[in-house]
Design a protein around this ligand. Structure first.
Ligand code: DMJ
Length: 614
């Protein structure tokens, strides 16, 4: 079709320059160009002006949305339309309020938390597009993240508590800052010689202090340090090592630390790393009974037990301290294996006869029979009892089996191990084939906190009785500190040979920055608000500052009865994970990591209770 026919009104008959034909053609061509540019501009404006979709729907898809509504809903002349309008208005109001709340929530978040929310949303959309729950086996299932209450706190109103809490944060800064300066990436710090320290408990896995300290950094709002730790973990934390590790230690410090960091911060990297490490630990359960080995080569998956453990036995406090972390691993990975493994441990235990109702420290993973009949609520036994109680609490009190096992065990401990000294100090002795050794370990002092935590659910009106027991144990453990020259507690203290709460053997006089006594003060403070627990905690702070603080961090001491400290030159990772965290919580208000929502693993890593996981 000729252009002239298309554009009759563009003809300019008076033009003189070129021949009429050629002139007309050129002009028509130019006019065609101008016209098509104009049309393009109009379309461009429609498509690209802000809110063009609304314009489009209004212009081209005339009121289709409105029509859809009127077709499905009552006609405007319908007598019910007034009610409909109200419903629509109510919905608009509700949506508006929801949006306001969300905006308020977002404003309260840190930039990295907002970033994390965006990543979570993206992940959710990606998973949804993969199909229900996600089908990619190499990826973890989508888990909606909700931060449980009390992940961070606020300054206490009480001025003394406020100052003391600030002081603990300063201590954390010194411990962490020194580690960062002198031992970054090593497992622990040698604060006197100012260099890294590696414990063979972790094989060649590195960074124990970083992972153990993560949640303490978070709850103290040391976010810059937390971010530096996260960065190190993303780039350097590697579990593909050809080395033997302690399954228990790696679980409580690394898996526990990573899980807590995930629940506090919502950062996916922690969930991924926790599950990756958990999977590496699973071969430890390949024994005839499913009772795991103590030691495991992470590369070969070959396990064995400590050579010193009675007849090749596994240790109660080690295989009995996996439950909390493994239940969370199943939840976060969608892999039921973790939960099955730890539930099977209970099955094995429940089939066995228990001497006087007690659980011996040693159990052979091949035969499923007890080794030596030694029983302890300290080293080799301690956290097994703690995890029975906390499994019940963490399950929002649905794990009746854990509950029964805990209260039955506690009754047997009270009957057979708990004693009173002649001056009236309550202690928990060790039991060796029916004979009592009147010694209590520093480790055993955690039991004051545990008994207080469980007292509320004690069967048969025993709540008051158990609270008294807990208070008495706290007092005894305080005495073990008060009766030393440095005002720090020995590794073990005795109630025989004319002494009470005093270490008599040279190899029991050391203090390695352990948390258990302060842990018990923290629980007792929360349940009683008796000021003496804060005072006792403060005494410990002063002793730590005076005798353990050195230029390059904090060090353990070799003899708490010597008038001047002889430093052991190790800053244990649990000092940052536990001792400083429990001190900080002791001087915080109760709504910071509230017991209603959190349980602490045995390395003081907070894990949410089931009620938070709707
Ligand atoms: C920590 O690693 C844990 O608390 C464990 O349960 C026992 N010992 C240390 C601290 O003393």
């Amino acid at each position: 079709m000729p252009v002239a026919t298309l554009l009759p009104f563009t003809a300019t008959p008076n033009r003189k320059s070129a021949s009429p034909t050629s002139f007309r053609l050129t002009e028509k061509f130019i006019l065609l160009l101008v016209f098509s540019a104009f049309i393009t501009l109009c379309f461009g404006a429609i498509f690209f002006l802000p809110d063009s979709s609304k314009l489009l729907s209004g212009v081209f898809f005339h009121s289709s949305a409105v029509e859809t509504n009127t077709r499905t809903g009552p006609d405007s002349s319908d007598p019910g339309s007034a009610g409909n309008d109200e419903r629509v208005l109510a919905k608009i109001k509700k949506d508006h309020e929801k949006a306001l709340l969300e905006a308020k929530d977002t404003l309260q978040k840190r930039p990295d938390e907002i970033k994390q929310d965006i990543l979570n949303d993206k992940d959710k959309v990606a998973k949804e597009s993969l199909g229900q729950g996600g089908n990619d086996v190499n990826k973890l299932p989508f888990v909606e993240y909700h931060r449980p209450p009390g992940a961070t706190g606020h300054e206490p109103e009480d001025p003394e508590a406020k100052d003391r809490r600030a002081k603990i944060k300063e201590m954390m800064k010194h411990a962490w800052g020194s580690y960062r300066r002198y031992a970054w990436g090593s497992n622990e710090l040698r604060p006197v010689s100012k260099q890294g320290h590696s414990s063979n408990l972790f094989g060649s896995i590195k960074g124990a202090t970083i992972v153990d300290a993560l949640d303490t950094l978070y709850i103290m709002e040391m976010f810059e340090e937390f971010d530096a730790a996260t960065d190190w973990i993303e780039k350097n934390l590697d579990f593909n090592v050809n080395a033997e590790v302690s399954v228990f230690e790696v679980n409580i410090r690394f898996v526990g630390g990573l899980l807590s960091a995930y629940y506090l911060s919502g950062k996916e990297v922690y969930r991924r790393k926790a599950v990756e490490l958990g999977e590496k630990l699973l071969p430890a359960f390949k024994t005839p009974t499913g009772i795991p080995w103590a030691l495991l080569n992470l590369k070969s998956g070959i396990g064995r037990n400590w050579p010193w453990a009675s007849g090749g036995s596994s240790i109660l406090a080690e295989y009995g301290t996996l439950h909390l972390e493994f239940m969370h691993l199943s939840k976060l990975s969608g892999n039921p294996d973790f939960a099955q493994k730890v539930m099977n441990i209970r099955k094995v235990l429940n089939r066995l006869d228990k001497p006087q109702g007690l659980y011996p420290n040693y159990l052979n993973p091949n035969s499923g029979q007890w080794g030596q009949h030694h029983v302890s609520v300290g080293g080799l036994g301690d956290s097994f009892y703690e995890y029975l109680l906390k499994a019940w609490l963490m399950s929002d009190k649905t794990d009746e089996e854990g509950k029964k096992m805990y209260y039955d065990a506690l009754q047997a401990i009270e009957t057979n191990l708990m004693r009173k000294s002649s001056s009236g100090l309550t202690y928990i002795a060790e039991w060796k084939g029916g004979l009592l050794e009147h010694k209590m370990g520093h480790l055993t002092c955690f039991a004051g906190g545990m008994i207080a935590l469980g007292a509320d659910g004690a069967p048969g009106d025993k709540t008051g009785h158990q609270m008294e027991q807990a208070a008495e144990i706290a007092r005894t453990c305080h005495e073990s500190y008060a009766r030393t020259a440095l005002k720090l507690g020995p590794e073990a203290f005795r109630f025989d040979g004319g002494v009470e709460a005093i270490a008599t053997r040279q190899n029991e006089k050391y203090f390695i920055l352990r948390p258990e006594v302060i842990e018990t003060y923290m629980y007792m403070w929360r349940f009683t608000h008796d000021p003496k627990y804060r005072e006792w905690g403060w005494e410990a702070v002063q002793a730590l500052e005076q005798h353990c603080k050195v230029e390059g961090g904090y060090s353990g001491v070799r003899d708490v009865y010597a008038s001047t400290p002889n430093h052991d030159d190790v800053q244990q990772s649990f000092y940052l994970a536990e001792t400083l965290k429990y001190l900080y919580l002791l001087f915080s208000d109760d709504d910071h990591l509230p017991f209603d929502h959190w349980v602490f693993n045995t390395e003081a890593h907070p894990l949410p209770k089931n009620r938070n996981q709707a």
